[in-house]
Design a protein around this ligand. Sequence first.
Ligand code: C5P
Length: 273
Amino acid sequence: MAAEVSRLARAKINLALHVTGRRGDGYHLLDSLVCFAEVGDVIRVARAEDLSLKVTGPMGAGLTAGEDNLVLRAARLMPSAAIVLEKHLPLASGIGGGSADAAATLLALAELHGVPLPEAGAVLGLGADVPVCLAGSPARMRGIGEDLTPVTLPPAHLVLVNPGFGISTPEVFRALTSRENPPLAGIPRFVDVAALAAWLARTRNDLEPAALRLRPGISEVLAALTAQEGCLLARMSGSGATCFGLFAEAEAAKSAALSLTRPGWWVRAAALS
Ligand code: C5P
């Protein structure tokens, strides 16, 4: 068995996100097409008697290794280890950084110790996006996040842009004016990225209007992405504020990312996965 394991906790992207209802406990029912981008935080775990967490990386400053840290909550479900979280993704940004970190922690610790993953209820208890991050491949996500159907997506590239401010997920859900929207139409097998973009154009992120009301600055990001050559679709991911542009070619995504440089903006081009 390995003495140390490291994993990339990839950014989660909601290509489409429909809010279809609300449960009695206040959680919202979603119907979302989720994929990942080949950019993320890094989780390293090593054998140790006691559980510990050290946070490093360019985005690590805003994050405390306190009791509510999702990595620690995930780690408590597994045998102990010394954990390092190298934070590269912006915090509270709609691309599932905390959920991806929790899922990567579970996978790394399962490998390190040769033990099974926790049961589904415990995984969901860490956060609604943790099950899909654990699955780690494109999926239609329903319920509050527990009902996953694998989906095949064509090769594609994403440009992620975060305007440099966070936004609170509960606040965005509270700001919704409509909670009973139609679900996604059936997801076909897309022949190419143009077919995916055409299908996505008939879907929405129902959280986007609410987030835009709370943080009008997001519209600047969407407009800047839309104006890029080769951008087939621009939309906000999750509860924001990170937005994505969908591209067919890696080169087009890279040059869009270069021309999207603005003070305070976090911009990355990455393959969809
Ligand atoms: O599960 P997670 O901790 O990621 O959710 C954060 C908050 O977002 C929840 O407390 C809830 O207010 C809101 N939420 C929701 N419906 C979901 C997911 C999250 O209302 N499906």
